[in-house]
Write a protein of this length. Structure first.
Length: 386
């Protein structure tokens, strides 16, 4: 074993676990299934010789055609082998940090970290940027501490709103409405107040494009890694990421919001993050949005969320740079299936319809499942190049 072997873990419950705050928090059955089905995913950005924690043994041939050279280990296999192993989770949380610390692979969660992960921190980032670039005042979220305050603020102006929990993930923990709340909605809002203390109230905007800037925070500063374009569903749930050259993505942003705004973001986003989060270390992404204002002018919402963890945009970036043939386009997606066998049927169909073509150990076109698919699989991560 090499010194300080890195063990990668996929824990998509990190924001929910932070909101809960308990070391022994248990995610929902669906989230646990996602963690299990997609446990192999970190192998695509891990380095040769790293380990990846999986729920069940993985066929050694899986991923070998593209040069995956990691060791997959189950929790049982890991027991007794944790000396000189450092845990590298998808994201930190009280639950994950405690699990790692118990095994000597990481440090315990620090309570002062919690506010870093809240939507209130993203609001502070937006205010920082608004002092340096012209933004519509209405896009700055408002912090509300009661149902009456929400209703009063909504009544002050027309239009739809989004109510968001301070700590939540990928489309969860948010509601869209105009202010007339049925009892079930009021119950949900009051539940967020009880558990998390406040909610964020945001304008619902006429979205044109979701995008993000991806970074790595090191002791030497905030390194910009690249742009990511992603798609979401009606409720903000994640669907997939675009695979394309960085130059193409930046040209598309210039077309939408102009060269001056793009350069502003590249200059000021790292400074904003260093100001807000001087002690954070690791990967992170800032979700943004191009939207159409009331006069049909395209504008940028430069800090919708700050995700202090690895994220799907980073996965797409690593895939594009390490495993996709130069200049190729495509899409990285995470799909959900409702019944046993459905994932196997669909991945089989896509593999036949879009057979993978390789060039110099990179995928040039076609479909590739990025995680092992079993009869019981519900979640599948995949890549389709064209």
């Amino acid at each position: 074993m090499k010194e300080n072997t890195r063990l990668h873990l996929f824990n998509p419950d990190c924001e929910l676990a932070i909101a809960n705050g308990g070391r022994h928090y248990m995610p929902s059955a669906n989230v646990m299934r996602m963690a299990s089905d997609l446990a192999f995913l970190p192998a695509w950005w891990a380095e040769e010789g790293d380990w990846v924690l999986v729920k069940e043994p993985v066929d050694e041939a899986f991923g070998k055609e593209l040069g995956i050279r990691v060791r997959c280990v189950t929790e049982e296999e890991l027991a007794g082998e944790t000396a000189n192993v450092v845990g590298v989770p998808w994201g930190r949380s009280p639950r994950m940090c405690h699990w790692l610390a118990e095994r000597g692979m990481g440090e315990e969660w620090q309570e002062e970290w919690k506010e870093w992960y809240s939507r209130r921190t993203a609001r502070r980032g937006l205010v920082y940027l608004s002092e340096r670039m012209p933004l519509e005042e209405k896009i700055v979220p408002q912090v509300c501490f009661s149902l009456e305050e929400i209703k009063r603020r909504m009544a002050d102006s027309e239009g739809e709103w989004l109510i968001k929990a301070p700590w939540s993930s990928s489309g969860k923990g948010q509601l869209r409405g105009k202010g007339a709340f049925i009892p079930k909605v009021q119950e949900w809002i009051n539940g967020v107040f009880k558990k998390q203390g406040y909610v964020m109230l945001e304008r619902y905007l006429d979205k044109v494009r979701d995008f993000a800037m991806e970074f790595q925070a090191t002791g030497k500063g905030m390194e910009f890694i690249g742009w990511s374009f992603f798609t979401t569903g009606e409720h903000g749930e994640y669907h997939g990421n675009m695979i394309a050259p960085q130059s193409q993505m930046e040209c598309e942003l210039v077309r939408l919001i102009g060269e001056e705004t793009v350069q502003f973001l590249k200059c000021h986003l790292p400074r904003m993050l260093e100001t807000l989060l001087p002690d954070y270390r690791g990967y992170l992404g800032v979700d943004m949005m191009v939207y159409r204002d009331s006069e049909s002018v395209l504008r940028v919402y430069p800090c919708v969320e700050i995700n202090l963890r690895f994220n799907m945009g980073l996965v797409a970036l690593f895939l594009s740079r390490k495993y996709v043939a130069e200049g190729m386009e495509g899409e990285f997606t995470v799909s959900f299936y409702n019944r046993d066998g459905e994932a196997c049927e669909e991945t089989g169909r896509l593999s036949r319809e879009y057979p993978a073509v390789y060039e110099n150990n990179r995928i040039k076109s076609g479909y590739l499942s990025l995680t092992p698919v079993k009869e019981s699989s519900r979640f599948v991560a995949s890549l389709l190049c064209y």
